[in-house]
Design a protein around this ligand. Structure first.
Ligand code: PLP
Length: 476
C-alpha cells in the first residue's frame, strides 16, 4: 500500500521515435515538452527507471541518463525511497516532493495572483518550432554579430509588422528601436526626456516597475487624478503647470492596475495638452494587443509628442526580452546614445525568435490564444466573485481591479489571503504618492498555470470578503 499523501505514479508514454539525436536526449526533451504542456503537472511521480525502460524498450541506463539530464535542467527531482517527481517551475530551488505534505501543497504551494505573468504552456509547441526554424537560418551567424544599438533592420521590420497587426500602428522599420524588454524601453525613453531631479507626471495608481525606474533616475513622481475612465487631460495640464513637469508616463489602454482605457476624445485632448504646454508623453502599451479593435495609440495621434514603448512579454514570451521604442526622429540620436551606453546592442537571439514567430504568422495566433485564455479566466473569475462589483474592471485584460466593500479593509484582506496561501496586491502597492488610496486590490488571472488553482485562490478571496470578520487581526 502506498504511504498517505504519496502521489500515484503516472503511466507515461512519450513519443520519441521522431526525435533526432541520442535516445536519452529524446526522452528528456519529451519530458520537458509534457511538463510544459501540462501533461505532467508539478508533483507528478514519474515511473521508475526500470518500468519506463520496460515500456519504451530501452535500457535502464538510458532512462537513468534521461532523468539525470531532466534533473540537470531543473525539471524533475529525485528522492531516495520516494521516487522521481516533476518540479514546480515556480519553485526551482526546492523539489516539489520535498514538502512531504499533501498533494495540494505539493502541486500548488502558494497561489500567486500578484504577478501579471501569462500562462505560457499552451504556446510551448510554437516556441519550440520557432527556435528550431531559427537554428536553420542561413543568416543566423550574421545576426549574432555586433549590431548598431538600434538593432538589425530585418528585426526592426518584423516589429513594425507586429505593430501594424496588433496595435493598428503603421510605422517604418527605421522608426523602431529595439530595447531589452518593456522595462528597458521604459528606462531608455525616460532617460531620453528627463534629467535627475525632474518631475514626472504619472497616473494616480501606476505600474510598480515605473516607480523603480523613476527612483533609479532620481525623478520626482507627481500623481495625476483619474476617474473610472482613466487619466483626466485637464488634471494633466494643471499638474504640469503647477510642478513645471515636461514628461508624463501613462498606460492609455488597459491601464495597470485599474484596467481603464482612455476614450478617443481623451486621447485627442491629451495630445492637445502635450502640444500646448510642451509635454512629452511616454505611452506604455504592453497590454494594448489584448484590446481589439485596437484604439488609436497616442503615438498615432501625436507622433511629435509621444514616445511609444512596449514589448512582446505579454503577447509572446517575457524571456525573449524583446522591447521597443518608437518616437519622434529628433530624439533618435539621444535614444541611440542611451542604448549604446546601457546595452551596447540588443540581445538579438530573443529578438530573432520573436521575428520568426511574427514572420511565420504564429505571433498573431498566439495573441489570439492569449485573448481566448484571458476571456476564459475572466469568466471563471466573475463566476467565483459573482457577488462583487466588477463592473469597472475590463474583461479584456489579464488582471481584475476589485474595489472592496466598505467593511473590508484591503490590507487585512491581503494579509488574510496570504495566511491562507493566496497572494494578491493592495492598491497601495501602485500608489506613487502619499495621498488617499482607493480601497481596492489587483488580482492577476493568468500567472497560475491551471484554472483550478485560480478558482481555489479566488474562492479564498471571495470567502474572506463575504466574511470580513475572518480577515480581522483583532481576535485577541
Ligand atoms: C505596464 C507594464 N509595463 C512594462 C512591463 C514590463 O514588461 P517587460 O517584461 O517587457 O519588461 C510590465 C510588466 O508587467 C507592465 O505591466
Amino acid at each position: 500500500m502506498r504511504a498517505m499523501n504519496q502521489p500515484a505514479t503516472v503511466r507515461w508514454q512519450p513519443a520519441i521515435a521522431h526525435r533526432p539525436g541520442p535516445l536519452y536526449r529524446a526522452i528528456a526533451a519529451a519530458l520537458a515538452e509534457d511538463i510544459a504542456n501540462g501533461t505532467l503537472p508539478p508533483g507528478t511521480r514519474l515511473p521508475t527507471h526500470r518500468d519506463l525502460a520496460w515500456d519504451l524498450k530501452v535500457t535502464v541506463g538510458t532512462i537513468t541518463r534521461a532523468y539525470q539530464e531532466a534533473e540537470r535542467q531543473g525539471l524533475i527531482g529525485g528522492e531516495v525511497g520516494r521516487g522521481t517527481f516533476v518540479r514546480d517551475p515556480r519553485r526551482l530551488t526546492e523539489p516539489v516532493a520535498d514538502t512531504g505534505g499533501t498533494l495540494m501543497e505539493m502541486n500548488v504551494g502558494l497561489i500567486d495572483l500578484s504577478v501579471n505573468a501569462t500562462a505560457l504552456w499552451p504556446d510551448a509547441g510554437a516556441l519550440t518550432a520557432a527556435t528550431q526554424a531559427v537554428a536553420q537560418r542561413p543568416d543566423l551567424v550574421a545576426l549574432m554579430s555586433y549590431q548598431t544599438p538600434l538593432g538589425h533592420p530585418r528585426l526592426r521590420a518584423a516589429i513594425a509588422d507586429w505593430l501594424a497587426d496588433s496595435a493598428n500602428m503603421h510605422v517604418a522599420p527605421e522608426q523602431v528601436l529595439l530595447a531589452v524588454g518593456g522595462q528597458g524601453a521604459m528606462l531608455t525613453a525616460l532617460s531620453a526626456v528627463t534629467r535627475p531631479g525632474d518631475t514626472l507626471l504619472v497616473e494616480q495608481l501606476t505600474y510598480t516597475g515605473l516607480r523603480a525606474v523613476a527612483l533609479h533616475l532620481g525623478l520626482r513622481l507627481v500623481p495625476v487624478a483619474m476617474d473610472a475612465h482613466g487619466l483626466l487631460p485637464d488634471a494633466v495640464e494643471q499638474a504640469a503647470r503647477a510642478h513645471g513637469a515636461h514628461a508624463l508616463y501613462c498606460m492609455p489602454t488597459l491601464q495597470n492596475p485599474t484596467t481603464a482605457t482612455l476614450s478617443l476624445d481623451r486621447r485627442r485632448a491629451l495630445v492637445d495638452v502635450a502640444r500646448r504646454i510642451g509635454l512629452m508623453i511616454i505611452e506604455d502599451d504592453v497590454y494594448g494587443f489584448l484590446k481589439q479593435p485596437a484604439p488609436p495609440t497616442l503615438y498615432s495621434l501625436g507622433p511629435d509628442v509621444t514616445l511609444y514603448i512596449s514589448s512582446l512579454s505579454k503577447s509572446l514570451f517575457p524571456g525573449l526580452r524583446t522591447g521597443y521604442v518608437v518616437g519622434p526622429r529628433p530624439l533618435f540620436d539621444r535614444l541611440a546614445t542611451i542604448l549604446r551606453a546601457t546595452v551596447l546592442a540588443p540581445a538579438h537571439l530573443g529578438v530573432v525568435v520573436a521575428a520568426e514567430l511574427i514572420d511565420s504568422g504564429e505571433a498573431v495566433r498566439i495573441a489570439q490564444r492569449r485573448r481566448a485564455l484571458v476571456a476564459e479566466r475572466q469568466a471563471l473569475a466573475r463566476s467565483v466573485l459573482s457577488g462583487l462589483d466588477l463592473t469597472g474592471s475590463d474583461h479584456a485584460v489579464t488582471h481584475l481591479w476589485l474595489p472592496l466593500p466598505e467593511n473590508v479593509r484591503r490590507e487585512e484582506l491581503v494579509r488574510g489571503a496570504l495566511e491562507r496561501g493566496v497572494k494578491i496586491t493592495s492598491a497601495d502597492g501602485f500608489s506613487p504618492g502619499k495621498g488617499e488610496v482607493q480601497n481596492a486590490v489587483r488580482i492577476c488571472l493568468l500567472g497560475v498555470d491551471h484554472a483550478s488553482q485560480l478558482e481555489k485562490g479566488l474562492s479564498v478571496v471571495e470567502s474572506l470578503i463575504s466574511n470580513p470578520v475572518a480577515t480581522s487581526a483583532a481576535w485577541v
